[in-house]
Write a protein that binds this ligand. Structure first.
Ligand SMILES: Nc1ncnc2c1ncn2[C@@H]1O[C@H](COP(=O)(O)OP(=O)(O)O)[C@@H](O)[C@H]1O
Ligand SMILES: [Mg+2]
Length: 684
């Protein structure tokens, strides 16, 4: 991983971390709340759905059970109704069959008949009991003895009895017939309508006719001769025997909150003439009428009604069926019903219980959910804490989650990630340190290079100046030298001018040498490059000057490397450099010491190092920097020109090499020439 990569990873990581921490903060709902809310939504929706379905189901079950019961109760009511009808029929037919009765009729004993029939009527609780002759003309009327002689042959029931039948049917009896039988019966039947909510409107406002259970029987003697018809009956208006008996049989004394549950009613058409349904005053609600929907279904369409219905002032679960007369015409309704309220209350109670249980379950579920989410959320919170710490720079923080599930794995990889991050971070710090070192090194190199650069610039400008002067001086100097030579030749050795002239020639020659050197330095020739063996060249350079007296007492050591490659160089120029350095060394040792010459290839094989080490007086620290300056010399006037090293420097520079000097005062100096190996030779 390199530095840039590591930096990038680190940067991205912290950015991600920061943004996710920000996100976490900006969310309004915690994870727990969200989980619980989601569950709640499901539970509440499911609960509401099952509650509404359940309530419908419970209601249907309970109500339909109640309806089945009411249907059954209506059958019981019909039984009571028909029993009563049969009772009347039995009384009438048995009485008609009595021998005494037949005898009295045959003998026309009206007093006996009246007395006997009157007793029978009272004994059996009949409202009327009347006897007609064989044509249907009334001969005895027990309830109203004064009125006889009227024709009853047109009455549907009497008409059939005249044809020797015994029969009993409900019948509507009009007012004038009632009045004939008895005036108080008309009073009993008379009923004014009481305004009833939901009843169908009717043009009338009172009822004067009555509904009667009427039976008739023919009277035939032992010879099968027809003697007449006996008919009797009971009025149903304001007669509560049947309805109360129905209630007693079917509902007993069942009550709900002080109200009787079961009710039965006989309607004459739509009018309640006999009932145990109570009005708000607690009295029987006779005079009220049936609701419009029942009216239509039962009275007009002749169907049974088994459903809820509004009865007088409350809702009941009801069963209605039409009452028909002998001609099968609908003349009224038989009704039974139960208060709906107990059933509704039962339904509600069931639903309430159900709701309470469901709510308890929800609460329990929420508690469970709370604890189970805690198990999930605690480690997550730990992790959030950890990310916060890490984003603050604490990379050694570890998340402690030991669970062996997905969250455990998450924590594990989280820890792994921070460990990696820490390692990367440490590497970065290390990188930083080495970088500093490298920068230091580079800076040092740069400063050195800059000094070199300054040096060569300085040399260049000095060189230009020197060259200018040298050029101007060279010609006059030539003239002086020629003419002083001529003068010297013409002057005899004894002349007092001879010595002085000789000095002029000598000094002028010296001047000429200096100017020559200057010109060489300032306008050096282009190097002539050729493949050069450095060891050989160093030897040649030494050979030129070795024979001088100066070298008499100098020991020379040679440490040449044998595997130097040949390099491309200007031999003459390099020889000049080496000669210069060797001469300087000899001069520094003042002809006494050790001169070590060594050559070597540097470690990477790129450069050849040529080292000249002497044991001379060395170079002072402050002089070191000035050594390559032209005319810098520590030697006495006339001894050194100070151009040797300046020229050497420019030659080595042209060869793209360097000269380095190290020295210790009084111990010696080392000059190291470094030359590159890889240089193409132009002409090779
Ligand atoms: N090997 C050496 N030991 C001590 N000083 C030296 C050595 N070589 C050169 N120098 C110093 O460098 C100066 C400059 O040398 P150079 O340029 O050859 O001029 P010159 O020899 O004419 O003085 C010398 O005067 C001397 O002080
Ligand atoms: Mg010199």
């Amino acid at each position: 991983m390199d530095l840039k990569e590591a930096l990038e990873i680190k940067y991205n990581f912290f950015q991600d971390l920061q943004s996710s921490v920000i996100k976490m903060k900006s969310l309004h709902l915690s994870l727990r709340t969200k989980i619980i809310l989601n569950f709640l939504i499901v539970i509440i929706l499911g609960g509401l759905l099952s509650l509404s379905l359940g309530s419908k189901l419970v209601k249907n079950t309970i109500i339909s059970q109640a309806q089945a019961k009411v249907r059954h109760d209506l059958a019981s009511a019909w039984m009571v109704f028909h029993e009563k009808l049969k009772d009347i029929k039995d009384i009438v037919s048995l009485t008609a069959a009595r021998e005494g009765l037949r005898k009295a009729i045959r003998n026309n004993q009206k007093d006996i008949l009246l007395k006997y029939l009157g007793r029978v009527r009272k004994e059996y609780g009949l409202d009327i009991l009347t006897l007609t002759d064989e044509r249907g003309i009334v001969i005895v009327r027990t309830r109203n003895p004064e009125l006889v002689g009227d024709d009853q042959s047109q009455d549907e029931i009497v008409k059939r009895a005249l044809k020797r039948e015994v029969l009993a049917h409900p019948q509507i009896v009009p007012l004038e017939e009632l009045l004939k039988e008895a005036e108080d019966l008309a009073h009993q039947a008379y009923m004014e309508f009481i305004p009833t909510p939901k009843a169908a409107p009717r043009p009338e406002n009172k009822e004067t006719s009555a509904m009667m259970l009427k039976a008739a029987s023919s009277i035939v003697d032992e010879n099968n001769a027809f003697l007449g018809v006996l008919y009797g009956g009971i009025l149903l208006n304001r007669n509560y025997e049947i309805v109360d008996r129905v209630k007693e049989i079917v509902y007993k004394e069942e009550k709900y909150k002080g109200r009787e549950i079961g009710t039965a009613t006989i309607f004459q058409h739509d009018l309640r003439i006999s009932t145990n349904v109570k009005n708000e005053n607690g009295q029987r609600a006779i005079g009220t009428r049936v609701s419009k929907e029942v009216n239509i279904a039962v009275l007009q369409e002749g169907k049974a009604w088994i459903d809820r219905a509004f009865v007088v002032n409350d809702w009941y679960i009801t069963a209605y069926e039409p009452i028909k007369n002998i001609d099968n015409e609908i003349i009224g309704i038989l009704y039974v019903g139960m208060l709906e309220k107990p059933y509704i209350d039962t339904t509600n109670r069931v639903m309430l219980t159900f709701t309470i249980i469901a709510s308890l379950c929800v609460v329990l579920l929420l508690v469970l959910l709370y604890f189970s989410t805690t198990k999930i959320i605690n480690p997550l919170q730990k992790m959030v804490e950890a990310t916060k710490k890490i984003s603050r720079g604490d990379l050694s923080h570890r998340v402690e989650v030991s669970s062996k599930d997905e969250i455990g794995y998450l924590a594990e990889s989280f820890n792994q990630m921070t460990a990696d991050l820490k390692a990367a971070n440490e590497k970065l710090i290390e990188w930083g340190k080495t970088l500093e070192k490298k920068v230091e090194e580079r800076t040092e190199e740069l400063t050195e290079m800059q000094t070199h650069l300054l040096q060569s610039e300085k040399l260049a400008s000095l060189g230009k100046l020197a060259a200018g002067i040298a050029h101007e001086i060279n010609n006059p100097l030539g003239g002086i030298l020629i003419y002083s030579h001529l003068l010297l030749e013409d002057t005899s050795k004894d002349s007092p001018y001879y010595e002085n002239l000789k000095k002029i020639v000598k000094e002028t020659s010296r001047c000429k040498d200096i100017v020559k050197g200057l010109l060489e330095f300032a306008r050096p020739k282009e190097p002539e490059m050729s493949l050069t063996d450095i060891n050989k060249l160093v030897n040649q350079s030494l050979a030129i000057i070795e024979h001088q007296a100066l070298f008499q007492n100098i020991k020379i050591r040679k440490l040449y490397s044998s595997d130097l490659p040949k390099i491309v160089a200007d031999r003459a120029q390099l020889q000049q450099v080496f000669t210069n350095i060797i001469l300087n060394a000899a001069e520094a040792m003042e002809g006494n010491g050790i001169l070590t010459l060594s050559t070597s290839l540097d470690a990477n094989g790129q450069h050849i190092n040529i080292q000249f080490t002497d044991t001379g007086h060395g170079i002072k620290e402050e002089d070191l920097r000035r050594l390559f300056e032209p005319f810098f010399s520590t030697k006495e006037v006339g001894q050194g020109t100070g151009l040797g090293l300046a020229i050497s420097y420019s030659i080595i520079q042209k060869h793209q090499g360097t000269i380095d000097i190290t020295s210790q005062v009084n111990k010696g100096a080392t000059f190291m020439v470094k030359l590159p190996v890889n240089r193409k030779v132009k002409h090779e």
